[in-house]
Unconditional design. Sequence first.
Length: 365
Amino acid sequence: MLSKNVELTGKTVLVTGAAGFIGSNLAKRLLQDVQGIKVIGIDNMNDYYDVRLKEERLKELSDYPSFIFIKGDISDRTTINNIFNEYKPQVVVNLAAQAGVRYSISHPDTYISSNIIGFYNILEACRHSYDNGRKGVEHLVYASSSSVYGSNKKVPYSTDDKVDNPVSLYAATKKSNELMAHAYSKLYNIPSTGLRFFTVYGPAGRPDMAYFGFTDKLVKGETIKIFNYGHCKRDFTYIDDIVEGVVRVMRHAPERLNGEDGLPIPPYKVYNIGNNNPENLLDFVTILQEELVKAGVLPKDYDFEAHKELVPMQPGDVPVTYADTTPLENDFGFKPSTPLREGLKKFAGWYIKHKNSYINDIKVL
């Protein structure tokens, strides 16, 4: 197991996408658990889904005096440079990105702007944090995605597998992030770690994800569409497990070493963070229904069969996602383990508390 080489206590951490699902949960965990930490959060607060959900997350974070929020876009280089010049973050966690496979088909420009140009700006800022002999950024951690595996037939997906055949622009941007980070690690000795997240879910999550979107539609009496006629499997990973993995990774930056040629060996790593337990989509829907009824979100006599429609696979989708988490376990002594039923139970409990505030008219894309 790797030993810690990045001390978070008393450090300044930049979290991009701080109003997002993973970003807000990570920021909260750091502010709660790490003594003397300062978290700088940036988010553009776009309307990909209802902004009120993002505002609710920020409201929770605003209770912490050492949290500073900046409304801005990582694709704006001046904004990023100003943040680095003023706050000099020692650890950077890039979670800002335009998410969603299907949305990338209809809105490609947004993905290039946020996921490519935005990440380039982060890399450049990290590079120049070492100017004039400064210690600069100790570790750059960034979100990749299980989407990079495309339609690979071999499962579980390993970080040793080739990922050269993306099936969506979203996946292509995430693979590009990994390549860009590797280049900058090699050229400028920036310790960087990419994390391939697998189907993240939980309370106050993203409304475009199946569990949230299905719930919202069922509450409204609408029909849910189950793609590939239900013959899909997803490695659903609970938000707390994702955050635990990110925090552990943050504390160990890949070591800076020189090769025989005297040049840096890229201090670069990529890990999967997934539950290592793919669930059939129809089984997932059954568990979701049961937990929604138990929580009182839906009545006991709800006719689920009348509100389900089995449809073909959507462009950009893949039939299976399944994470090999062996390197994560070996290096950090951790693997996600929250059972799907337990995670959906927590989501249903959150939903019933908020269903009358802003959920019922959330825009699902």
